[in-house]
Design a protein around this ligand. Structure first.
Ligand code: 13P
Length: 251
């Protein structure tokens, strides 16, 4: 059985004190949750403080990015070991905003995935088509390429440690969610690719999350789909009340 995973991606929001303050109220709001794994992804600057704040709670912390090299002259970059050192267990890789604004490619995603796994961080690899690609009917080609190139060279043991987040670019921050059926189609396709690349057992273990305008109102219908194993949430994760409601979607 795959345990549902709900991730709050705070993107470039919240100072250290703002982040710590919301985590304090979030901890109380989700204290009784045991059936869903909870992950918060604050900005780099707040990682250490947020990791200290969640100690002993049911909230885990992840970074929003990293660089694949272990150290050296790479001004402004953060290594996998530095992320791990703050207490993180996960890292988002290849978010569409990083692909769109910062030139990330499937190749750099693959390097980052390997860098994360090498240090013991679980990668959450983001994939998804743009509106243009959906309209041109190339969604499945785009997804297949993102998966195959992003996971290139991973062993089955490494593949099962990976989480996939399907975020159609047209649904991010737009209020337009993919319908549960649209999302399920892509999720089932992603699982099939993994079954072909590895084995059914590997594909069955991999968690595939949906992201793009997920909110407390639409999360249950999405989570009813057999291949949707959780959510990658932007806007609705910025306040503890809405994120806690969303996490408790089944209650
Ligand atoms: P929104 O939930 O704000 O649409 O953002 C989705 C996202 O990009 C999460 O990574």
């Amino acid at each position: 059985m795959r345990k549902p995973l709900m991730i709050g991606n705070w993107k470039m929001n919240k100072t250290i004190s703002e982040a710590v303050s919301i985590v304090k109220s979030m901890k109380n709001a989700v204290v009784d949750v045991t059936d869903v794994e909870i992950l918060l992804c604050p900005a780099f600057t707040a990682l250490y403080a947020v990791n200290n704040e969640v100690k002993g709670s049911n909230i885990n912390v992840g970074a929003q990015n990293l660089f694949w090299e272990s150290e050296g002259a790479f001004t402004g970059e953060i290594s996998p070991a530095m992320v791990k050192d703050t207490g993180c267990s996960y890292v988002l890789i290849g978010h569409s905003e990083r692909r769109q604004y910062f030139g990330e490619t499937n190749e750099t995603v693959n390097k980052k995935v390997k860098g994360a796994l090498a240090i013991g961080l679980n990668p959450v690899v983001c994939i998804g088509e743009t509106l243009k690609e959906r309209e041109e009917n190339v969604t499945f080609n785009v997804i297949e390429k993102q998966i195959k190139e992003g996971a290139k060279g991973l062993t089955p043991e490494q593949a099962v440690l990976t989480v996939i987040a399907y975020e159609p670019v047209w649904a991010i921050g737009t209020g337009k969610t993919a319908t549960p059926e649209q999302a399920q189609k892509v999720h089932a396709f992603v699982r099939k690719i993994y079954a072909n690349m590895y084995k059914e057992e590997v594909a069955d273990k991999i968690r595939i999350l949906y992201g793009g305008s997920v909110n407390p109102g639409n999360v249950s219908n999405l989570m009813e789909q057999p291949d949707i194993d959780g959510g990658l949430v932007g806007g609705a994760s910025l306040e503890s009340e809405s994120f806690a409601k969303l996490i408790k979607y089944s209650k």
